[in-house]
Design a protein around this ligand. Structure first.
Ligand SMILES: C[S@@+](CC[C@H](N)C(=O)[O-])C[C@H]1O[C@@H](n2cnc3c(N)ncnc32)[C@H](O)[C@@H]1O
Length: 492
């Protein structure tokens, strides 16, 4: 949603980067994220003194130095959104069925439990697993516990190792866990106790680089790989899932994101429904008796069908929904949007709006979906409907501004963004987009003022309402973009 600050990335050059990134880490940057990629490339190129995309790409391809640089770039292009106990139903299933079953099976053998969180981001997932495991294993000292978190973002991994978090990431967690395992530091962050930190180790591992070192990366009882391969293309997902199958112990479990499925990806695993969660089990004989000893579970023949029933997400035909489902459906849609499943998010949002046409949040999110699909008239239409009911809606003005900007109706975009910051001076993206437009018009004084305003509001409200429109960018990255622009304008 930013414009004007970086040199153009032509579709041809974008494709070269798209292919390079896809080949080297599996992430497929869709065309609508070209703008976001442009900013990330630009940040790295400026640091290294490159002004030409092709020269930078050659550097990336150039042996060890290029590999190291690619890791720096990955810090900027990966989407690290996560939280403790993300999708609590899966953790409930882990606690109630999966861990007890593994304990039962292994307590008379090697008393070892090995769990891998692949694509662990900033560590909330493996630490949540550690907390659940400790709850279920009172005699933990007599077991060998091995929990590994891996990722390709070194920045995320170093935050994971530090183990201190802000409140936002703890929103799904039980108060009891916070009391038991966290202490607040002077900065107001919640820091994990050594007891939990010691249970988890972290390392760099790229899921797309084969072969996996199975001696180290094998013999897992459980693998979590949630919300990672949603950014991959089908052949890469198939390879990764096949590698997971190889590296799991027999009877081992695979947890994938709640909106993901192995349908048409792998039929080696047996899908199992555990209350409101789905897990996949490696059972060469496809026998579900073992886990049935612990609690009654159902093998699912058609996981898609059951998922549709549970979530209301139909592949094509939207399902009729009951009024009380509005909030649930909207939350689901937000999640799908975050995970960039726009098609399904759209179906959900249309369902929400059928229930309640006055739901402005749903309407604006739908507008964003349309804008991402370059359906600008449809996006503007949704924003206008909201403004008709609430002429002071800041996000609606912002969405209109973005649409005008995309359609190169710059004067109108400026008007809308000015309204945004007039109504809410902390709506950081309003300032940032104004700054970018001014800069592209060589109005340096105005651009400087707005970049400074953007920095101020990003620091004051790093999790403000603007975040919903930031396309996955964190405030820190945007602050860096602003500061660099400020530096350059001052130099020029
Ligand atoms: C959205 S986060 C998911 C975090 C966590 N699993 C969860 O569900 O909350 C996706 C993570 O996958 C990581 N990732 C992307 N491509 C990867 C790859 N090829 N190998 C390992 N990790 C990868 C990203 O760096 C990012 O931290």
């Amino acid at each position: 949603m930013m414009d004007g600050a970086t040199p153009d990335l032509t579709p041809k050059v974008f494709k070269l980067f798209q292919e390079y990134i896809n080949e080297n880490c599996g992430i497929y940057i869709d065309d609508y994220r070209a703008d976001a990629l442009r900013v990330s490339l630009w940040i790295r190129m400026r640091d290294l003194g490159y002004s030409d995309y092709i020269a930078y790409l050659s550097f990336l391809r150039d042996g060890k130095k290029g590999d190291d640089e690619f890791k720096e770039l990955l810090n900027l292009i990966t989407i690290n959104e996560t939280c403790f106990f993300r999708n609590p139903n899966q953790f409930a299933a882990l606690a109630k069925y999966v861990i007890p079953e593994i304990i039962k099976r292994k307590k008379k053998t090697d008393r070892t439990i090995r769990i891998w969180s692949a694509g662990c981001s900033t560590g909330e997932e493996p630490y949540s697993i550690a907390m659940v495991l400790l709850d279920r294993l009172p005699d933990a000292k007599s077991w060998r516990i091995d929990i590994l978190g891996t990722d390709v973002s070194r920045q995320a991994l170093s935050r994971a190792q530090r183990g201190c978090y802000g409140e936002r990431t703890m929103r799904e967690m039980d108060e009891a866990y916070i009391k038991r395992y966290f202490k607040q530091n002077d900065l107001g962050e919640y820091c994990l106790s050594d007891k939990i930190k010691k249970m988890v180790s972290f390392g760099y591992h790229n899921l797309i680089k084969e072969p996996y070192p199975f001696l180290i990366m094998g013999g897992w009882d459980i693998i979590f790989c949630r919300n990672v391969t949603i950014y991959f293309r089908l052949p890469s997902v198939k390879r990764v899932v096949d590698n997971f199958y190889q590296s799991l112990n027999e009877g081992g479990y695979l947890f994938i994101g709640h909106a993901e499925s192995l349908y048409q990806i792998s039929d080696s695993f047996v899908p199992i429904e555990l209350d409101s969660a789905f897990v996949y089990k490696k059972m060469p004989g496809k026998d579900v008796k073992e886990i049935k000893d612990v609690e009654e579970v159902k093998e699912v023949k058609d996981i898609e069908e059951v998922k549709e029933k549970k979530t209301g997400i139909k592949k094509k035909k939207p399902k009729t929904v009951e009024p009380e489902e509005e909030e649930k459906l909207f939350n689901e849609a937000r999640l799908l949007f975050k995970e960039e499943d726009f098609e399904q998010a759209k179906v959900m949002l249309l369902n929400v709006l059928k229930l309640n046409p006055e739901n402005h949040h749903a309407r604006l999110l739908l507008g964003q979906v349309y804008a991402n699909e370059n359906l600008y008239d449809a996006a503007a239409n949704e924003a206008s409907k909201v403004l008709k009911a609430d002429p002071l809606s800041v996000p609606a003005h912002f969405l209109l501004g973005v649409v005008c900007q995309k359609q190169e109706r710059t004067d109108e975009a400026v008007k809308e963004f000015k309204r945004v910051v007039y109504l809410d001076s902390d709506f950081a993206l309003g300032h940032l987009n104004l700054a970018n437009i001014y800069r592209s018009q060589h109005l340096d004084k105005k651009a400087l003022r707005e970049y400074n305003n953007a920095v101020r509001s990003l620091v004051a409200k790093p999790h403000g309402d603007w975040l919903d429109f930031a396309g996955g960018f964190l405030s820190e990255v945007l602050v860096e973009v602003c500061r660099r622009n400020i530096g350059q304008i001052k130099k020029s």
